[in-house]
Design a protein around this ligand. Structure first.
Ligand SMILES: [Zn+2]
Length: 237
């Protein structure tokens, strides 16, 4: 086998390795997981909005409930004083009586407000519960997708390991200067540095070489480095 034949085998390994790396980067499992995570992030952002709305109403409700407790305590105080028997002046008694009624009215009003808050919270709490269920489902699905991606990655990485080992074996006999040239050409020509001359076609650029050029190539010594006159890639006869 000539050096160029050996180099062509290395090229096949490199092309295969490039394809495997591309496959690894563009695994459909990776896209599926990324899309799923975006959906999760959207759900979380929306849920945060609902939660904030719920918390704001919850705080209002707590504030009014505290006020109810304070009005109730005040009413109990007035009530106790009213029936303690210590107040004898009818005018004073009437004053306390009016205070008590006013406090009771205020308490009922506030309790109605609490009911309104509770009614507002009900659908929000139901929504949050449904969201929590949905979140748990999506989290389970995320785990499944992540495991599927890990499996797919492992499979391609196994192939990469095998191809890397095969390349290392086949690159061994190739002289360093030829390899340098090969590496440079690969960078210049989209990963393909060397191709076979098929009839009068370059296997790299698929263009036809002139009859004069093909004839000249035929008369070159077997190990001479020959380049395609169209694309500049190395050619194997
Ligand atoms: Zn060419």
């Amino acid at each position: 086998m000539t050096t160029l034949e050996q180099l062509l085998t290395v090229q096949e390994h490199d092309t295969h390795l490039d394809q495997l790396r591309h496959r690894l980067e563009t695994l459909p499992e990776r896209t599926a997981l990324a899309e799923h995570r975006r959906a999760l992030a959207t759900l979380d952002a929306e849920t945060l909005g609902v939660q904030e709305q719920r918390d704001a109403i919850g705080r209002d409700q707590k504030r009014v409930e505290d006020e109810v407790a304070s009005v109730e305590a005040k009413a109990a105080e007035v009530d106790a004083k009213l029936y303690s028997g210590t107040i004898t002046s009818p005018r004073e008694l009437q004053g306390f009586q009016e205070d008590l009624e006013s406090l009771r009215r205020r308490q009922r009003q506030l309790e109605d407000d609490v009911l309104v808050f509770m009614e507002q919270l009900e659908p929000l709490d139901a929504d949050l519960a449904a969201r929590a269920t949905r979140r748990a489902e999506l989290a389970t699905e995320e785990e499944r997708l992540a495991a599927a991606l890990a499996d797919a990655e492992r499979a391609v990485e196994g192939e990469l390991d095998d191809a890397t080992a095969a390349r290392a074996r086949d690159v061994e006999p190739i002289p360093a200067d030829v390899l340098d040239r090969y590496d440079r050409l690969r960078k210049q020509h989209d990963g393909v540095a060397i191709a076979r001359l098929v009839g009068n076609h370059c296997g790299g650029c698929h263009l036809t070489l002139s009859a004069v050029e093909v004839d000249r190539i035929k008369h070159e010594p077997p190990d001479a480095l020959i380049y395609c006159e169209e694309c500049g890639r190395l050619l194997v006869r």
